[in-house]
Design a protein around this ligand. Structure first.
Ligand SMILES: NC(=O)C1=CN([C@@H]2O[C@H](COP(=O)(O)OP(=O)(O)OC[C@H]3O[C@@H](n4cnc5c(N)ncnc54)[C@H](O)[C@@H]3O)[C@@H](O)[C@H]2O)C=CC1
Ligand SMILES: O=C(O)[C@@H]1CCC=N1
Length: 276
């Protein structure tokens, strides 16, 4: 992969996942720098990933070719206000992973119409199995699109969306999605223990089942509905379990949850775009 430098602003969960994935994919740790005000975070990033961790965002910006914004959305305005006067004609490709921060708002805060790619990754990027949605602002040229895609493809599957508002849907499905599947795993593992299995057996059977189902869904030409039917013997055990999910209208519940996440992303976008 290209050794063009990548600088991260904010070295928390998402930045750590992305950096770990990039390094696992062969990206040189020396080409990656990350700024974070927390000495503990800096120490952890340096010790576990071998990347240079910086105490100030100014150091991360200096000479940056790609700048990945990885702070909480609520901190975006102050971080951009700090970066804006330091840009001084520099035009790094901005990759923002922040949920609910629109491109136009970022440009307003940065005081320049910089090329911005909004990326919505998820934490499985850490194990190079991320699912990532991307959207480019009109200022991003083919090279910029290519660079953003190359970086994100190193950590998972990439899909471009044409409409920026669809990033909010991506946030609700794959950005937050790992938490939904982890919750289901927690519940199934707990049920296994209630049914008498020991903790380790419950944990391993649950995780391997999730992995197997995901692998089959990915590799099979059959849709998940058909794969489900193959497990469900008429008059058998699965049918009884699925009837319980149907009684509770699991599908409607999942849709409500996804809508709630999407609506929160829209709410964040609105609040932030109205902020000074
Ligand atoms: N965690 C996830 O699964 C996903 C998170 N995101 C987005 O990634 C962004 C970061 O989320 P997390 O990594 O989960 O949060 P986090 O809280 O783990 O990381 C944020 C980091 O920013 C640092 N920080 C605080 N003030 C700073 C400043 N002024 N300058 C530089 N760094 C500063 C903090 O010390 C912390 O290490 C958010 O905007 C979130 O919407 C996007 C997709 C998935
Ligand atoms: O919960 C959040 O707001 C972030 C965005 C997607 C996943 N985590």
């Amino acid at each position: 992969m290209s050794t063009a430098n990548i600088r991260f602003i904010g070295g928390g969960n998402m930045a750590t996942s992305l950096i770990a994935g990039l390094i696992a994919d062969g990206y040189a740790p020396q080409a990656i720098q990350v700024s974070d005000p927390s000495p503990e975070r800096r120490h952890a990033l340096q010790a576990s990933l071998g990347v240079r961790a910086l105490a100030t965002n100014a150091e991360a910006l200096a000479g940056a070719e790609t700048l990945v914004l990885c702070v909480k959305p609520q901190l975006a305005a102050s971080v951009c206000a700090e970066l804006a006067p330091l840009l001084d004609g520099q035009r790094p490709l901005i990759v923002s992973v922040m949920a609910g921060v629109p491109e136009q708002t970022l440009q307003r805060w940065l005081g320049a119409s910089l090329p911005i790619v909004r990326a919505m990754p998820n934490t499985p990027a850490m194990v190079q199995t991320g699912a990532i949605g991307l959207h480019a602002s009109p200022e991003v040229d083919a090279e910029g699109r290519n660079r953003a895609e190359t970086i994100l493809r190193a950590v998972g599957l990439v899909r471009w969306v044409e409409d920026e508002s669809h990033i909010d849907a991506v946030t609700a499905i794959s950005g937050s999605g790992p938490a939904y599947f982890f919750l289901f795993m927690e519940a199934l593992e707990q049920a296994a223990i209630e049914l008498g299995l020991d903790g380790e057996t419950a944990r391993l059977l649950t995780i391997q089942t999730a992995l197997g189902a995901a692998k089959m869904a990915m590799e099979s030409t059959d849709p998940p509905a058909r794969l489900r039917e193959q497990v469900t013997s008429p008059g058998g055990t699965t049918e009884r379990a699925l009837a319980v999910f149907d009684e509770a209208d699991l599908r409607a519940l999942v849709e409500r949850a996804a809508r709630a996440a999407r609506d929160r992303a829209v709410e964040l976008s609105k609040t932030l775009s109205e902020a000074p």
